[in-house]
Design a protein around this ligand. Structure first.
Ligand code: SF4
Length: 388
């Protein structure tokens, strides 16, 4: 069997529609009417069919419908997409099949249909268990709406559920954040993602920041981060990546493809749909983010022209990716794997950076492994940027 035949593939499908924009959101998503949705799904089908030839011999280990709000689609539309994927791609029998879900966009019946269609993991966007914070963020749901969705999901047979949370919301206190964590922990989801809010330029939150309650300061933000780790670890959740926690056996396989790809070079990932990114071998590209262009190119069958920002990663880029992504995982990177991959010692390439941050106590070593310390995780952006 040649290398390509043994390659695993992670498939991402982007659904760029939302009921309305949340005030902090800079993802590629927008509200859309039925006509636009149908046109997009047609285009997506075409892209999936036309691209399949490039992935013969790969086996998809994970499929991830992200957005946007993919759960906004009808069960029939999502089932069609899955069928299209199964028709054209080899999907592993035990593949992890994730759907991002927002409360108030599903019914119990829809969840039952999606489970029957093969979706076996849900990632539910809760963000906060406090209604006032949800209102501030411009979310379309309350905590009660989320609870309803969660109960329906369990009843529909979903036994692998992630809950997405955001800390550092305007006006949020550490006590309020703790309350959100405690409420979520009582539900015992298999996985929790807890990110700090980033106020992105161009979002309504950024533009009108002065109209919102004060953002928690940096120290408060770190305190929330430390509490998250402590509380979740006490409850049996392992932090396996800077912002991701899982009960044993439930780390997200799809995300691990991104983070560990640099390390093992055994998995490629391909993104379909508007603005989706792909990394195959040393090639990286991003689909156009222009909806009109996406629809017309797919319609014309000119799928290759969708791919923009193409770049071939140099050996040095691959090394940087290996370090940058690998160090996001709490286990860190293995010096031996670095050598096996690049035939160079990690010290020969990054000796100065490693020494500097080890001296500051931000990086540490345990035999073969190099990893960020808790203090290093606090300032991970700065440390990781130094590997570029
Ligand atoms: S639901 Fe998610 S993707 Fe949609 S607007 Fe809100 S944050 Fe953005």
């Amino acid at each position: 069997m040649n290398k390509k035949n043994s390659m695993k593939l992670g498939i991402y499908v982007h659904i760029p529609f939302c009921v309305r924009k949340c005030v902090y959101c800079d993802f590629l998503s927008a509200p859309a009417g039925n006509d636009m949705r149908q046109a997009y799904l047609e285009a997506l089908k075409k892209e999936l069919a036309c691209e399949a030839e490039n992935y013969r011999g790969y086996e998809a280990d994970t499929v991830f419908f992200g957005g946007g709000t993919p759960s906004l689609l009808e069960a029939r539309e999502l089932t069609d997409c899955l069928e299209q994927l199964r028709t054209h791609y080899r999907i592993a029998r035990d593949a992890e099949m994730t759907l991002e879900v927002n409360p108030k966009t599903v019914t119990q019946e829809k969840l039952v249909q999606l489970r029957a269609a093969g979706i076996n993991r849900l990632s539910i966007g809760l963000q906060s268990a406090e209604d006032e914070e949800l209102r501030l963020l411009g979310r379309i749901h309350t905590y009660a709406d989320f609870l309803q969705t969660y109960e329906w999901a369990r009843a529909a047979g979903f036994d692998n559920i992630n809950i997405d949370l955001i800390s550092g919301i305007p006006g949020q206190t550490t006590a309020a954040w703790q309350e959100t964590l405690e409420k979520v922990l009582r539900l015992r989801p298999e996985h929790i993602s807890a990110y700090s809010l980033i106020v992105e330029e161009g979002t309504p939150l950024y533009e009108h920041l002065e109209e919102y309650p004060k953002l928690p300061d940096e120290e408060c933000d770190r305190q929330m981060y430390r509490e998250t780790k402590q509380l979740l670890e006490e409850q049996g959740y392992e932090r396996y990546e800077i912002s991701n926690y899982a009960r044993e056996g439930f780390a997200c396989r799809h995300n691990r493809i991104y983070w560990q790809r640099g390390r093992h070079h055994t998995s490629d990932y391909v993104g379909f749909g508007l603005g989706a990114t792909s990394m195959v071998g040393c090639l990286r590209w991003k689909n156009t983010a222009d909806m009109k262009r996406y629809l017309s190119l797919c319609h014309a069958g000119d799928i290759d022209a969708l791919k923009e920002e193409r770049e071939t990663l140099s050996e040095r880029d691959c090394m940087a990716e290996f370090m940058l992504l690998g160090l996001r995982m709490t286990c860190g990177v293995s010096a031996k794997e670095f050598y096996d991959t690049f035939r160079m010692k990690v010290e020969a390439v990054y000796g100065d950076v490693l020494k500097k941050y080890e001296k500051y106590g931000l990086l540490a070593r345990d035999r073969d492994w190099i990893y960020l310390t808790d203090a290093g995780i606090d300032v991970s952006n700065v440390v990781l940027a130094d590997f570029l």
